[in-house]
Structures are given as C-alpha cells and as structure tokens.
Design a protein around this ligand. Sequence first.
Ligand SMILES: C[S@@+](CC[C@H](N)C(=O)[O-])C[C@H]1O[C@@H](n2cnc3c(N)ncnc32)[C@H](O)[C@@H]1O
Length: 268
Amino acid sequence: MPLVRLPEPRLMFHYIRHLLKAKQDGHGVHSPFAYRLCEEVFYNHKAFYEFENLENLRTQLLKNNTILEIRDLGAGSKHLASRFRKVAHIAKHGISSTKQSQLLFRLINYFDFKTIVEFGTSLGLNALYLAQARKQGEVYSLEGSESLYRFANELARNAGVTNIHFLQGNFDSLLPELLQNLNSVDLAYIDGNHSQEATLRYFEALLQRINPNSVLVFDDIYWSEGMHRAWEEIKKHPRVSLSIDTFYSGYVFFREEIREKQHYHFLI
Ligand SMILES: C[S@@+](CC[C@H](N)C(=O)[O-])C[C@H]1O[C@@H](n2cnc3c(N)ncnc32)[C@H](O)[C@@H]1O
C-alpha cells in the first residue's frame, strides 16, 4: 500500500489560517474594485469555450510517457527531483492546476490584458491558457530547460496558437532584454525559481514596467519560509494597493483609486 504523505505542519498551519480568513463571496470586501474582482473573476466559475480543448490537452499530457532530460535552473521541486522526468509526471506535479490556469484566463479576459509574461513555461499548457484568453495579446514565456522549451513550442504549434513567444535561457539573463523591449507588462506570472531572493529581485525588475492596471501573480507563496517572507514583503511595498492570497498564489494590484492598502484571502 502506498504511504500517504502528510503535508508539512508549517503548510497545514498556513492552510487552516487561510481557510479561516478566506471570503466565501463578496460580502465584507470593502473596495468596489476588489468586490467586482471577487464576484466576476475569482468566484465566477463560468466555463469559457476554450477550456474544453485545453483540458483535453492536459488529459493527453497526463498519459504521455515521453522522458525529458531537464536541467532545472531554479530552486527545484519537491516532487520532481530527478534529471530524467516523464511528461505525465510533470503534468501531474509540476504545472499549474486547472483552477489556477482558468483563474489566470478569466483575469486576462476580464481586464483585456495585452502583454503577459510567464516565468517558467514547463510543458507550455498554462502558456496556452494565457494566450487563448486574449488572442490579440502577446505572451512571453521564459524557460531554462531546453527540452521543455522544445516540448512547449511543439505543443503550441500543434494547437495552432501563434501569440506566444517562447524564450529559452535563465530568467536572470532573459529578463533585462525582454523588459527593455516591452513598454508595459499587464500581467506577469512568476512561477519558477521559488527563492526569496530571486522572487524579490523579479518583483523589483517588473516594477519598472507595470501600469496602474497591472497584476503580478506569485505562485507557491507558502512553498517555503523564504517564499512566505518574500510574499509578505511584496504585500508591504508602497506601490501595492491590493493583495489577494489564494493560498496557492498571491496576486498584487497597483490601482491608484484604492487609497488604503487592502489584503484579502479568497478560495479557489
Ligand atoms: C512550476 S514550473 C512552470 C509551470 C508553468 N508556469 C505552468 O503554469 O504550468 C517552473 C519552471 O521554471 C523553470 N525555471 C526555474 N528556474 C528558472 C530560471 N532561473 N531560469 C529559467 N527557467 C527556470 C523550470 O525549468 C520549470 O520548468
């Protein structure tokens, strides 16, 4: 019988705290902007036409036995330690869940975002979600592993999706040039290299290119003590006016009409 692995006590503590703080709906959400976000994006479970195809692709990835050799440039993974990894295993443990990807899709669609940056492509399924949410937008998806970069390129080509620019290399070397070429970033999804120092560095770099409507999304904010500290520091930044914690990811907003900083926990 397989052993059931219990989550770390630290994670259980944060999760219970999150459940106790989380809003069930828009009641008690004071700012009109955050209320609309809650009702129309976070707690709006309307299915978009594109979801069915994308989830069919996920099902195929979960059955794909191809082995990829991966050179991980980040802080590593708790589930994917080996250099040789099966696509099915990555699809199960190393990519955004259906709920996370669909939430990002709804966010992009709601705000009609145009320029989107993803840190960490992996298999490329989430990049397809980002690209399909706004077909006239441009997605820049960064990945250090060459085999994943190739895999994701092929996935997008086969799906007929052409508005993703896949960039291969270390985030640290790709980011300065990318940001120099972009006037503004509407949404960035920071989903790789989960260390406190790197996360704060990417946050500072992205601040040069945000606009008042931008959203920065940090994945795995409870992955380690360091990531939790980074998230707390990001929330405190003077330019952040609203933060939303879904336990899996943290979302920060820079809306100028929100005069008093607000922090919410939402369930996804
Ligand atoms: C969690 S996965 C990304 C999942 C994907 N965003 C999704 O939503 O399905 C993180 C990816 O980031 C890549 N990565 C981590 N650190 C990196 C770095 N410093 N430079 C480039 N890629 C990095 C890893 O190779 C890995 O594929």
